[in-house]
Design a binder for this molecule. Structure first.
Ligand code: ZN
Ligand code: ZN
Length: 270
C-alpha cells in the first residue's frame, strides 16, 4: 500500500477532468490511497481562520466547488480522499474546530507556515530570513508546532521541519537534536501521525521532510507515518517515492497510515 494524501489541484479548475490527471499519475505510481488537500486559506468559507494581507488577496475560491469535484470523481468510480491543509496559528482553535466540522473531510492536515506575519516558506518573504536569528526562528516554529499538536485538531502533521525550506539551517546539531526529541515525544503523547514528504527535494533545501534524525526520533517514539508528495501539479504526484520508501524503511518504518472519514487504519509499506 502506498499513500499520497498531500496534493494541491489549485493551479487548475475544480473539474474532474483536471483531477483525473492527478489520479492517473497516482495510478501509474501504484498509489492506492490518493487524496486532495487544498490550502484552506484559498476558500471564502475559511476567511475567519487566517486573515492577513497575503491570504486576503488569495481568498478567491468556493469550498463547495472543491467538494463537488471530489464527489463527482467518486460518482465516476474514482477512489479519492477528501482532505484539507489548514494553517495553524495560535489562538485559532475554536474557529478551526468549527470549520473542520463543517465538511465531511477524510483527513485534516495541520501545517505551520506562519510565524506572526512572517510566511517563512514564501518566496516573496524569503529576504526576511537574512535579518533573522536562525535558531530563534526554529524555536519559534517548533513551539507553534507543539501548540498545534496539543490542540488535537488535526489528523496528521504536514512537513514537520519545513522551516528549513530555503536552506537556512542551524549549525548546532545538539540544538536540532533536542528539538527533534522533544517534538517526537509531543507527537507520541498527543497520538499524532506525521508525513514523510518528498516536497523538500523540490525546494532550495533539497532534502526530505523530516530530517533523518528527526524521523528516527519519531520512530523511536512510535509515531506513525504516511508518505506524501505535496504535489502542486499532476506530474509530482508520488514524486521521488523511489527515495522516500527506502528513506522511511531505513528509519525503521514498515507501515503507513490511511484515513477514511477521519478514522485510521494501517497497512504495510509498498
Ligand atoms: Zn504546506
Ligand atoms: Zn501543501
Amino acid at each position: 500500500m502506498l499513500t499520497d494524501y498531500h496534493t494541491h489541484t489549485e493551479r487548475g479548475p475544480y473539474t474532474v477532468e483536471w483531477l483525473t490527471q492527478f489520479l492517473d499519475k497516482a495510478k501509474q505510481g501504484q498509489i492506492a490511497e490518493y487524496g486532495v488537500s487544498e490550502h484552506a486559506y484559498r476558500f471564502k468559507q475559511a476567511a475567519s481562520l487566517l486573515d492577513n494581507p497575503w491570504t486576503r488577496e488569495r481568498r478567491t475560491e468556493d469550498l463547495d466547488q472543491y467538494f463537488e469535484m471530489v464527489q463527482e470523481a467518486r460518482r465516476a468510480g474514482h477512489h479519492v480522499k477528501f482532505g484539507i491543509e489548514l494553517d495553524y496559528v495560535p489562538g485559532s482553535e475554536k474557529e478551526l474546530a468549527r470549520f473542520i466540522e463543517s465538511y465531511p473531510f477524510d483527513y485534516i492536515i495541520g501545517s505551520v507556515h506562519w510565524l506572526g506575519d512572517f510566511g517563512f516558506d514564501l518566496l516573496e518573504m524569503k529576504s526576511q530570513w537574512e535579518n533573522r536569528d536562525v535558531e530563534k526562528t526554529y524555536s519559534e516554529y517548533f513551539s507553534i508546532l507543539t501548540q498545534m499538536v496539543e490542540s488535537r485538531l488535526f489528523d496528521f502533521v504536514g512537513h514537520a521541519d519545513v522551516i528549513k525550506v530555503f536552506g537556512y539551517e542551524p549549525t548546532n546539531e545538539a540544538f536540532l537534536r533536542s528539538w527533534y526529541e522533544r517534538m517526537a515525544e509531543t507527537f507520541a503523547r498527543y497520538d499524532s501521525v506525521i508525513e514523510v514528504s518528498t516536497a523538500g527535494l523540490r525546494k532550495p533545501v533539497g532534502k526530505m521532510y523530516p530530517a533523518p534524525d528527526f524521523l528516527r526520533a519519531c520512530r523511536a517514539a512510535n509515531v506513525p507515518i504516511l508518505l506524501n508528495s505535496d504535489a502542486h501539479r499532476p506530474e509530482d504526484v508520488g514524486a521521488d517515492y523511489d527515495i522516500a520508501i527506502p528513506y522511511a524503511k531505513a528509519a525503521g518504518y514498515d507501515t503507513l497510515t490511511v484515513f477514511t472519514q477521519r478514522e485510521r487504519s494501517t497497512f504495510p509499506i509498498g
